[in-house]
Design a protein around this ligand. Structure first.
Ligand SMILES: Cc1cc2nc3c(=O)[nH]c(=O)nc-3n(C[C@H](O)[C@H](O)[C@H](O)COP(=O)(O)OP(=O)(O)OC[C@H]3O[C@@H](n4cnc5c(N)ncnc54)[C@H](O)[C@@H]3O)c2cc1C
Length: 472
């Protein structure tokens, strides 16, 4: 016989924030929370938080190494790699434990650490137990996508999840993939002293970024590690203790191979729905297996909601946080709210940092025409603080719609990009989305936000922008 619940949550990440408001609305309600993995979801256990805990010491090392430029004669004597890794695990371990206890002790919550799979609409098998939910929230996340590389099954490789268990610094590492996870871990390991090579299939490193932004990031990162683009990994094999990765240049077909003590596969994310079997629950998925939702975050089955990575749209924690608010309003309060993706930001936490929000130049031109947009640009080094920091090549690019000067997007490569972009993100969430307040507001002098302000005041046609980019 099935155990009945008023609310079933699959995934212990973002969706657990629905527990409290649900019980506030329905104090007698019974909730099932299911996760086959450590509680806390991807962000806490194997995503944002552990990666940023590792990246901060890497950033610190990077800064220390620049000391000589400023007349500081400092030497890094030792890097306690096992200690850095253990500090990261201890940090997240405490939060995981608090969450575990919270779930286990909550009176009206049954916490299952098991796989959930649909057996029929509104009914799931969870291990040996069958449960039924009136309202179901699918927050099943994503997992590392593993490409079909010849020999991969016979070779030990890491994903962004398994490398968190490392206790010894790898001497060398090949990272397959050229996106933000490859960039961040490439930067981290390079700072720790590992000899890193990133091999990306796309002609552009960081393919989600504006080409000129990605080019600066690549050039700066290549001071610490190798980055090979437009090169597809075809085979992997073990050679003694090392792994040989064989790849093909996609332009001329030439073969190239790399040898390293460790390989990290960072070639994107895949849905978790193979184990959920949503089709048995009448929940539609797309051709890749991502759960299909409408603008209210409801699936094809009434009162079954999905959010976060599970929908395969914008795989970021802040997007999942926005979507769970939408689910809260629609599922719990009966509102009719739509998810809003007009200004989804993201950042790459390398040195230099990369951050972006909204449209790229090409997308803006497709929507508004070449004459319909203006591009603003300013270099860090042309401000007091940027100059003091000896920053070179870093810049802010802002794209505005010409008629009403509404901000359409912004892209930054340089120190504190993830912080500087917030001013623009916030402005993009005002009704007018206009550039004027960024110009009118006093900006502290000489601080880095001046780069953003000056980019907004230096508006030019796309053609003028590209001319300026090339000729300074
Ligand atoms: C290395 C890395 C770095 C990242 N860095 C950032 C960053 O800096 N900023 C950012 O915004 N985002 C980052 N992300 C992305 C971010 O972690 C995710 O977008 C976010 O955590 C997704 O949360 P969620 O709520 O959708 O899923 P979660 O609830 O967090 O995870 C889904 C959970 O569901 C469980 N599950 C799935 N299917 C089943 C099933 N059938 N039965 C039982 N349990 C199941 C899984 O085990 C998992 O624990 C990063 C991701 C990675 C991998």
């Amino acid at each position: 016989m099935a155990i009945d619940y008023d609310l079933v949550i699959i995934g212990t990440g973002t969706a657990t924030s629905l527990i409290e408001p649900f019980l506030h609305r329905d104090p007698e309600g019974r909730i099932a929370v299911i996760d086959r993995n450590t509680p806390g979801g991807i962000c806490l256990t194997r995503g944002c938080i552990p990666s940023k805990l590792l990246l901060y010491p890497a950033e610190m090392l990077h800064t220390m190494k620049q000391g000589s430029e400023f007349g500081i004669d400092a030497t890094v004597n030792d890097i306690d790699f096992p200690g850095v890794m253990q500090a990261m695990r201890d940090n997240i371990g405490e939060d995981i434990e608090t969450l575990r206890q919270g779930l286990q002790q909550a009176e009206q919550v049954d916490y299952y650490r098991d796989v959930a799979r649909f057996v029929e609409p509104y009914t799931l098998a969870v291990g040996d137990t069958t449960i039924r939910g009136d309202m179901i929230v699918l927050c099943t996340g994503s997992k590392p996508a593993i490409p079909p590389i010849e020999g991969i099954d016979d070779v030990a490789f890491h994903t962004s999840s398994t490398l968190l268990d490392l206790t010894e610094r790898p001497d060398s590492m090949v990272i397959v993939g050229g996106g933000y996870i490859a960039a961040e871990y490439g930067f981290f390991f390079s700072q720790m002293g590992t000899d890193v090579t990133i091999v990306g299939r796309n002609p552009q490193f960081l393919p989600a970024e504006e080409p000129e932004i990605a080019a600066v990031a690549q050039q700066k990162l290549m001071e610490h590690l190798d980055i090979v683009t437009n090169t597809e990994v075809r085979a992997m094999s073990s050679t003694g203790g090392d792994v040989t990765v064989t790849a093909v240049n996609r332009d001329d077909g030439s073969e190239v191979s790399f040898e390293a003590s460790e390989v990290l596969i960072a070639t994107g994310r895949a849905p978790e729905t193979d184990i959920l079997e949503p089709e048995k629950g009448g929940v539609e998925v797309d051709e890749h297996g991502w759960i299909v939702v409408d603008e209210h975050m409801q699936t094809s089955q009434p009162n079954i909601w999905a959010l976060g990575d599970a929908t395969g749209r914008h795989l970021f924690k802040h997007v999942a946080n926005h979507e769970v608010e939408v689910v809260y309003h629609n599922a719990l309060l009966g509102h009719d709210l739509s998810a809003d993706y007009h200004a989804v930001p993201h950042a790459v936490f390398t040195s230099p940092e990369v951050a972006a929000v909204g449209m790229g130049e090409q997308e803006a031109i497709e929507k508004y025409g070449e004459d319909g947009i203006l591009v603003g640009m300013h270099r860090y080094e042309d401000t007091g603080k940027g100059d003091a920091m000896h920053v070179t090549d870093a810049f802010v690019k802002v794209i505005v719609e010409r008629e009403e000067l509404r901000i359409l997007g912004a892209h930054i490569v340089g120190p504190m990009a993830s912080v500087l972009i917030q001013e623009i993100i916030t402005q993009m969430y005002t009704p007018g989305r206009q550039v004027h307040p960024l110009l009118q507001a006093m900006h502290i002098h000489p601080a880095l936000p001046e780069v953003v302000q000056r980019a907004c005041s230096n508006l030019m046609t796309p053609e003028q922008y590209h001319h300026r980019l090339e000729h300074g």
